[in-house]
Ligand binder design. Structure first.
Ligand SMILES: Cc1ncc(COP(=O)(O)O)c(C=O)c1O
Length: 390
């Protein structure tokens, strides 16, 4: 069934089409000038010295783990309230994810609990701007500095957000953005690692390109500057971004301010319309945050169950309004229960949020009429649950 109001929708315009066609006409589809241009634009926007474009946000996080040498025996403190990729990269590195509960308002890692979880085996803190909210990232950066461990900033949901004067992605030793089509900008699939650490940037450049030795970039014939195409210095991956994706990225970066403005407009419309619905907990934005808005996620009040939330989501979908449960807790997902023995009750704040939250349709072209339709349908679905209880 077609969803009349989709959960998300990329905003692709003439500029994107033109730049992608330029790449197709050039015949240069990988390791070319678009990737470099895209990297420069992202680095400049975030204010970091280096940006390394990769094939996905997950690939970017994987490179940082490898670049920092994180592996078996290491613990990485992270959040259970996130998209699963932020923890999977820790497991794939052979390290142990140490989950810590979140703060009930921001739904981000609670810095006090993080500090209490630091042990001699802690090799990094991997923090996420959950749902794009940057609250506590500054405190986590201070904590990481105090304990001399790197902060890895998963900013996949926060491109364009600025917190206390600092761009998301620039708080950690390294940050990562993701460009799946529901994000602030998209490259179809893609990601970028940003960092001021030159050695780490070089390691990421080499690792994304099968471990080849790297000067700053590939040369025109596809070889790197220092060695042959078939010489490899370390165990690498193919996590390169292709030129078509980078062309999309360049166009989207040029339009980033316009895209953010539209997202802010839609978020304001939702906040105004839903502020009187007392069964809902709405997202809060710190006064010192300029928010680029990844999604619009609301929570049902604390007395609603997961089953009731799921019925509300199904009811919205039946009425052709896109909705999804953002986020089910990572530690309660099957592979985490099976491998580490996590169970319900271990991180009660994250679990409560995970049970009660739902994403509403959110994209740049959502009209005020559609916001009204979503809000009305949501109210009806909540009332239906209340009546079933009574
Ligand atoms: C918080 C978070 N981390 C990591 C990722 C992974 O990004 P990708 O889907 O580009 O691999 C995403 C994106 O979906 C995300 O939201």
């Amino acid at each position: 069934m077609k969803t009349e109001i989709p959960l998300s929708s990329p905003d692709i315009g003439d500029l994107e089409r033109r730049l992608v066609m330029e790449v197709l006409h050039s015949g240069r589809l990988s390791i070319g000038p678009m990737v470099e241009r895209f990297e420069q634009m992202v680095a400049q926007r975030v204010g970091t010295r280096h940006a390394v474009a990769v094939s996905s946000g997950t690939a970017g996080l994987t490179l940082i783990m490898a670049g920092l040498g994180i592996g078996p025996g290491d613990e990485v403190i992270t959040t259970p309230y996130s998209f699963i990729a932020s923890s999977n990269v820790i497991v794939h590195a052979g390290a142990t994810p140490v989950f810590v509960d979140v703060c009930p308002t921001s739904l981000n890692l609670d810095p006090k609990l993080v500090e209490a979880a630091i042990t001699p085996n802690t090799r990094a803190i991997l923090a996420v701007e959950a749902l794009g909210n940057p609250t506590h990232m500054d405190a986590l950066a201070r904590l990481a500095a105090k304990h001399e461990i790197p902060l890895i900033e998963d900013s996949c949901e926060a491109l364009g957000t600025v917190h206390k004067g600092r761009a998301c992605g620039a708080f950690g030793r390294a940050g990562v953005f993701g460009f799946y089509p529901n994000k602030q900008i998209t490259t179809g699939e893609g990601g970028v690692v940003v960092t001021d650490d030159e050695r780490l940037a070089d390691a990421c450049r080499s690792l994304r390109n099968q471990g080849r030795a790297v000067g700053r970039a590939g040369t025109a014939n596809g070889q790197n500057q220092t060695g042959s195409w078939l010489e490899h210095e370390r165990f690498g991956f193919n996590f390169r971004m292709n030129e078509l994706a980078a062309a999309l990225g360049v166009a989207q970066m040029k339009r980033l301010d316009e895209l953010i403005e539209r997202r802010q407009h839609v978020a304001s419309a939702y906040l105004a319309r839903l502020s009187g619905v007392r069964e809902l907990v709405l997202p809060t934005v710190d006064p010192e945050t300029f928010m680029s808005w990844f999604v619009f996620v609301v929570r049902l009040g604390p007395d609603y169950s997961g089953e009731e939330r799921d019925r509300v989501i199904r009811g919205l979908r039946t009425h052709e309004v896109g909705s999804a449960a953002y986020f089910p807790c990572i530690h309660l997902q099957k592979p985490y229960r099976d491998k580490f023995g996590f169970r319900e009750g271990m991180f009660p704040i994250a679990e409560s949020a995970g049970r009660r939250s739902l994403a509403l349709p959110f994209h740049t072209r959502l009209t005020e009429r559609e916001v009204e339709m979503v809000a009305q349908t949501l109210e009806v679905m909540i009332r239906r649950e209340d009546l079933t209880r009574a």
